[in-house]
Structures are given as C-alpha cells and as structure tokens.
Ligand binder design. Structure first.
Ligand SMILES: Cc1cc2nc3c(=O)[nH]c(=O)nc-3n(C[C@H](O)[C@H](O)[C@H](O)COP(=O)(O)OP(=O)(O)OC[C@H]3O[C@@H](n4cnc5c(N)ncnc54)[C@H](O)[C@@H]3O)c2cc1C
Length: 380
C-alpha cells in the first residue's frame, strides 16, 4: 500500500519507518525546512548544540522505547538537575529535603520534614478542584507561594485558582536529597542531537521525504491512507474554532564562558517576566565550548501564526476537543497521531511508544483487509 504521513517529528518518523519496514511505500511531508518537529536540534554558530524549540531531555521507563531510540542515536547519559530562583534566593528542584531545609532554615531529617510539611499542608481541603487547592493541600501556603503560584500563573497565563487540580497530579515533594528532576530508569540526550536521530529513522528506501511542504487536508487524497500528525482542528478547517495552546518566545543571548553554571534555572516570582533560563551547552556536558548561548523563555497565548507548544485543556477547550474527536472518530482514510493530532502534551518516549502502537494497529488492520482506525490511543 501507499501511505502519506504528514509531519516529520517523532510521531511521523516512527510511523513512517514501521510502515516502510513492513514493505509499504510512504510519502512523508513536512512543512518546516527540517525534520524533528519540536525536538529539532542544530549546531549554533558558537558550536553549541541548540535545542531550537526548547530543551529536550529523553527519559523513560519503557525498555522497548529506550532500545528503539538507541538503534538511531548514541544516547549520552544526562541527569536533569533543575535550580529555582525564588524571593532572591536559589533552591534545588523538585522540592526535596535540601529545598525544605534551605527554605525554612532547618536541618530536618526525612521524617521530621515530612511531619513539618504535613502540619503546614491544608488538611481542610478534602476534594481539591483547582491547582491552588491541590498545591495548598500538598505543600502548604509557604512553598506554594514560593515555587508554584507565580511560576504557574506565568506558564499558563491564568491564576492557579482558575486552573484544574489535574495539572498537579502527584505530590511534588521528596523527603530525601534526590534532585534528579525525572524519576525514570533511563535518561539521556542523543550525542548528535534529536534531528540526526530522526533523520536516521526516516532513512529508508521506501520513504520519500519532502520538506517545506504544507499538506492541506483537501490535497491529501493521493494515498491509500493518511497519518496526520498536524493539529487536529486544522484537519477540520477549524470548524468548531481553534483549540487553545500556549506558545513560547525564546530570547537568545550569546556570551563567553559559563552564564549560569547549570542547564535549567526556573524563575518562580511573578515579577520576573520569563519562566526559566536554559543554557544549552550544559545539555551536552561531553562537549567543550568557550562561548555559551542561553534562552530566556516567555510563555503566552498562541495565535494562529505562532508555534503551538502546550495544549491548554481548560474545560472550554475540552468541550471543543470533544466535538473534534466525534468528527474524527467517524472519519475514513485518516489516522490522527502525536501531540498535535490528539491535542495532548506527550513526552518523547510516550510519543514513540504511541507511534509504534499506531503502526502495529494499522498494519494488522491492513492484513485483515480493514482500514486503519482514526485513533489507536485514548485521545480524550
Ligand atoms: C518546550 C518543550 C519542551 C519539551 N521538553 C521535553 C523533554 O524534555 N522531554 C520529553 O520527553 N519531551 C519534551 N517535550 C515534548 C516533545 O516536544 C514531544 O514529545 C514531541 O515533539 C512530539 O512529537 P510529534 O511528532 O507528535 O509532534 P511535533 O514534534 O510537533 O511534530 C509535528 C510535525 O508536523 C508538522 N506539521 C504540522 N502540520 C503540518 C502540515 N499541514 N503539513 C506538513 N507538516 C505539518 C510540524 O511542522 C511538525 O514538524 C517538550 C515539548 C515542549 C513544547
């Protein structure tokens, strides 16, 4: 069969590769002049490997996905250790025993700290509805104000009292000195960047890749089936209105030496307009560079001409999403995939896992003479 895959991020690349390996021919069309989607990396003039759309750290507990990525990239060990500036002082994130002891000027051991925080947490909140209630219930007012309130308001453009509790799912506290930001078994960054890895995934004789080609759903009828990793609402010509996203503006600064001594520093105070500063050479500690490059990251609502980064998913968006999902479920000849095609935030490992599952589902449908389904994941 002959397939069209729209988008050359991880979703599109992995789906295309699996279909190509099964003997099908695949056209991959990407509207940007490069592959990699939001994981795109390139060498900057300083020599630093730049994570163009914001820094990406690969982390997973999925053994098969970890094996998969290593077929296409040398994964260098990397541990993300994030610092945070709050009230003019610098702390360690995620909130751990060091943060608690520094913040409260104490020398608690784990059980003393747990007891102390439990006494600060608001036990009167039984069924938290908002982000603010959830945070107050978990960490109490001091840590909430210092580390969550301002940062969250900047990130989402909405007061935390108006955001759903579901954004803060787990207890964001550790009662030990573990400052590894991610709790996954495997963590790393590709030695030559993500784009080189995705180029290798797409390097197959059955794949025909073209860049700088924006596919409109109306043109997309040259294939037996389409895998759409572009925005879900774009496929339907925004019939129910636009799904809301946050976008990011990256203010770049180049200087000599070491700007901040760490890859990521969050700025938690509402008065500082950016959410974080990332220094890209520290994402490749195996490289040496005398110059350095930083991004100051500003978050704002995404307009039609902006790059969509984070799906907002407030209740009005979820109503709109349901309308699109209903239309999508009854669509023929197309499978929606990836973070844009399903309007969800997906880490790279989940993206790869879902893309592998989508390809497997589609191939087994074809084998039994059926059409691939519009969705192979729970996209709600
Ligand atoms: C700031 C930021 C930081 C992140 N950090 C991490 C991290 O540290 N670790 C992690 O695991 N994940 C991280 N992620 C998530 C990661 O970016 C996603 O998992 C990944 O990009 C999803 O890949 P995708 O292929 O689904 O989507 P995308 O990467 O968005 O790819 C979709 C592609 O489709 C193309 N396209 C869209 N419409 C069309 C059209 N009509 N015609 C042709 N092409 C089209 C787009 O140009 C794009 O290249 C981060 C995300 C953001 C926003």
């Amino acid at each position: 069969m002959h397939f069209l895959v729209v988008g050359a991020g991880f979703s599109g690349a992995v789906i295309a590769r699996e279909l190509a390996q099964a003997g099908h021919t695949v056209e991959v069309r990407e509207r940007r002049p490069y592959v990699g989607g939001n994981c795109y990396t390139r060498r900057h003039g300083t020599g630093v490997m730049l994570h163009v759309h914001g820094p990406h750290i690969f982390h997973t507990d999925d053994e098969a996905v970890w094996t998969y990525i290593q077929r296409f990239a040398v994964m260098r060990p990397y541990v993300n250790r994030v610092k945070a500036v709050s009230g003019g002082r610098i702390y360690s994130l995620p909130i751990n025993l060091h943060t608690i002891n520094q913040f409260f000027g104490t020398t608690f051991n784990p059980s003393q700290a747990r007891e102390f925080i439990q006494a600060r947490a608001d036990a009167s909140i039984k069924d938290p509805q908002t982000f603010e209630e959830q945070a107050l219930k978990f960490v109490g007012p001091e840590l909430y104000r210092a580390f969550f309130a301002g940062y969250t308001a900047k990130q989402w453009g909405v007061a935390p009292s108006l955001l759903p509790a579901s954004i803060l799912k787990r207890l964001p506290l550790r009662f030990n000195y573990d400052d590894n930001y991610f709790a996954h078994r495997y963590q790393g960054i590709p030695e030559e960047g993500y784009t080189a890895a995705i180029e290798r995934i797409l390097d197959h004789p059955n794949i025909d890749l073209k860049l700088d080609v924006e596919v409109s759903p109306r043109q997309a009828d040259s294939a037996d089936h389409i895998f759409w990793t572009g925005p879900l609402d774009a496929w339907f010509d925004y019939a129910y209105g636009r799904l809301a996203y946050r976008t990011l503006d990256f203010e770049t600064e180049v200087s000599q030496g070491d700007f901040q001594g760490n890859a990521v520093i969050n700025y938690c105070d509402a008065e500082v307009p950016y959410t974080r500063i990332t220094e890209h050479k520290h994402f490749a500690p195996w490289e040496q560079h005398s110059n350095t490059l930083i991004y100051r990251e500003y978050s704002r609502d995404c307009g039609p001409a902006d790059t969509p980064y984070y799906p907002v998913r407030l209740s009005s968006d979820m109503q709109r999403l349901n309308q699109y999902l209903q239309s999508a479920t009854s669509s023929n000849g197309v499978t929606f995939a990836g973070r844009l095609g399903t309007y969800r935030y997906l880490d790279m490992d989940v993206t790869i896992r879902e893309a592998l599952d989508i390809a497997t589902g589609a191939l087994s449908a074809i084998e039994s003479n059926q059409s691939p389904l519009p969705f192979y994941v729970n996209s709600g």
